[in-house]
Write a protein that binds this ligand. Structure first.
Ligand SMILES: [Zn+2]
Ligand SMILES: [Zn+2]
Length: 314
């Protein structure tokens, strides 16, 4: 589609090799939706991708972040400085600010949650030891010039885009819809290959919020989805149904597991994913299990048994 460019940017994560930023022509420049993650080579990757579309970084007129995860806003600070443009983001990005202001505290909290969830000491020690080799993924603090709240609009040569709040994957998540062309910039809310993730600990019930957000997007009638990872896809409504089904299946498995006997979140993982935690997937899987348990608790189907570690029971 003329005036719309997919910038496919590399990521250093196992199983998630790329993320997308989307450049949409706007006058003599472009609006950039998402930025890719920050590391030592990331800016040259972004500039090379832009050059393939005959665009230069300095032509960025506005940076819009679908949510405050490093692969979607990590380079925002650099781009804003280079292009002199604004950055817009949803106000619930406290999870990102904390990581920039006090990464040690965020990491300590993550370790505490893991311990509380029944992760044994030895892998935790190894996880902590490996941490020093990982960068933060963020170029610098992001202070949004405008809050991306429901109804905010963004102008482009392809028409006006409208913001919809879609928390769940992250508390700061928004989707952005162009109604005449029925284009949806979906961030990580809808992905071509259905894959769920929820930030744990920043909102009361991320799984419940995600399910409501699926309804918000379903009502839009999008015909082409421009996702945060992978290719574009057209069967948007099948993807919404697929997400809903997968959430239902996961919740059922979690409930089954804690119905047989009280378990820690760590012990629930193999019941749901058929695999134990590894260094690579530990934070990812544990956050999701804790969010499923929290949702089941909200529904009154499980309860938390206080203790060290805490257990969950149907
Ligand atoms: Zn994300
Ligand atoms: Zn992502």
């Amino acid at each position: 589609m003329p005036g719309l460019y997919r910038l496919r940017l590399p990521l250093p994560w196992p199983g998630v090799p790329h993320c997308n930023a989307w450049a949409v022509q706007s006058g003599d420049g472009f609006v950039l939706f998402d930025t890719g993650m920050h590391d030592e080579d990331s800016l040259s990757h972004l500039e090379r991708a832009l050059a393939m579309c005959n665009l230069r970084l300095e032509q960025a007129r506005l940076v819009v972040c679908t949510h405050a995860h490093t692969d979607h806003c990590g380079q925002a600070a650099t781009i804003v400085e280079r292009a002199g443009c604004e950055v817009w983001m949803h106000p619930n990005h406290e999870h990102l600010n904390r990581m920039i202001e006090d990464p040690d505290a965020v990491f300590a909290r993550r370790m505490e949650v893991a311990r509380q969830s029944g992760v044994p000491e030895e892998p935790l020690r190894r996880y902590a030891a490996e941490r020093s080799t990982r960068g933060s993924g963020i170029a610098g603090p992001v202070e949004p010039d405008r809050d991306l709240l429901a109804g905010v609009t963004i102008m482009s040569d392809l028409g006006e885009w409208v913001v919809y709040e879609t928390p769940g994957h992250a508390p700061s998540h928004v989707c952005i819809f162009q109604p005449e062309r029925r284009l949806l910039i979906s961030g990580d809310h809808l992905l071509g290959r259905i894959s769920l993730y929820f930030d744990y600990g920043y909102s009361p019930d991320p799984v419940g919020e995600f399910s409501s957000s699926l309804e918000v997007v379903e009502r839009l009638g999008a015909r082409l989805c421009l996702a945060g990872h992978g290719r574009t896809f057209t069967d948007v409504h099948a993807h919404i149904r697929g997400n809903r089904t997968l959430v239902g299946e996961r919740l059922e498995r979690v409930l089954e597991a804690v119905s047989a006997q009280p378990l820690t979140a760590f012990e629930v993982v193999p019941h749901v994913y058929g695999t134990s935690l590894s260094q690579q997937n530990a934070h990812w899987l544990l956050s999701k299990i804790l969010c499923y348990l929290t949702h089941l608790q909200t529904l009154g189907k499980v309860h938390r048994i206080a203790g060290e570690p805490e257990r969950w029971s149907a």
